[in-house]
Design a protein around this ligand. Sequence first.
Ligand code: NAD
Ligand code: TYD
Length: 343
Amino acid sequence: MELNGQTVLVTGGAGFIGSNFILYLLEKYKNLKIINLDKLTYAGNLENLKTVEDDPRYSFIKGDITDPAVVGQVMVGIDIVVHFAAESHVDRSVMNPAEFVMTNTVGTQVLLDAAVKHKIKRFHHVSTDEVFGSLPLDLKLKFNEDSHLKPNSPYAASKAGSDLLVRAYYKTFGLPVTLTNTSNNYGPYQFPEKFIPLVITNLLEDKKVPVYGQGINVRDWLWVKDHCRGIELAITKGRLGETYCLGGSEDMINNLVVIKKILKIMGKDESYITYVKDRPGHDLRYAIDSSKAEKELGYRPTIKLDEGLEMTVKWYKDNQGWWQRVKTGKYQTYYKKQYGDMG
Ligand code: NAD
Ligand code: TYD
């Protein structure tokens, strides 16, 4: 489907990936309208969209996806929904699962109902590889579109519930949907509670970096703009009702290796590494087989981890005001609860 000429509702567009996606679309498509519906939780930040706030093709509505009245109003005149809005941090889902079920699962169902009612041309659902659970360390196994749903955290379970609802609305109501399940993103505008920006900003503040357990957990890292491109491809070239798995890394890279790469880029030694209590239910390994997306969509990540980490460190160095403002206030309360008095 063609994107030019459409009105696109982006939910959660003030968050990390949503804001990168809006900037990406506005740069690439000249004849397109974007409405950003975001509740502005702790993770939503309109500063990410400063460069486009006066663009006549872009508008912002503050609102909650779990509120049917708000969603019903916003859906009028929309062609395409790209659904990012979510509670997205695993550690917070351990502290407060109910909020995750409400936003991620119920919120998705509220959007789906409105999308059916307003005969939306496409509902694209953005999901995660975490719905598939955990892979063993010693095997070269990868997740793909046929992997079983085996979520281990309340976050992953609430996203798995949303994936199933999207599928059910396709089968039952004929809503034209596509889905993507993606690995760990990193890059500009990521909230510094997530691993990579937490490590970088702690080091910029000359603080220690917390490693859960032994640091042997493996993630599949994807440069955020490569993810945006993958979503665009799923919308423009994907088959209705289909899921596409989008991954990034080429090798098995554990958390300690990621930290050591960042320490090297930032010219710091390994004394900054601090081992802290492991996350309960901590998934050991994620890895994605993107071959379906490669074959059907022409998806291919362009940025390798070493290059992406260099660019990410540079972005956080160049945008100290952004993350310093984010790290004040409620972030401090969360940080103390999660990490205690660590350096
Ligand atoms: P984020 O936490 O940075 O942003 C989430 C955004 O959603 C925020 O702007 C927040 O204000 C908004 N939001 C939260 N609750 C809302 C509600 N009830 N109503 C309206 N808006 C609400 O998250 P992110 O990292 O940008 O992730 C975006 C999406 O991508 C999520 O669905 C997530 O599950 C998925 N995803 C993320 C990753 C990753 O590595 N970050 C990987 C795969 C998939
Ligand atoms: P995170 O960015 O929270 O993403 P996810 O858990 O959704 O994959 O964490 C990435 C990895 O880094 C994960 O294995 C947990 C680990 N981690 C730490 O070791 N220390 C930390 O302070 C954080 C936030 C994460």
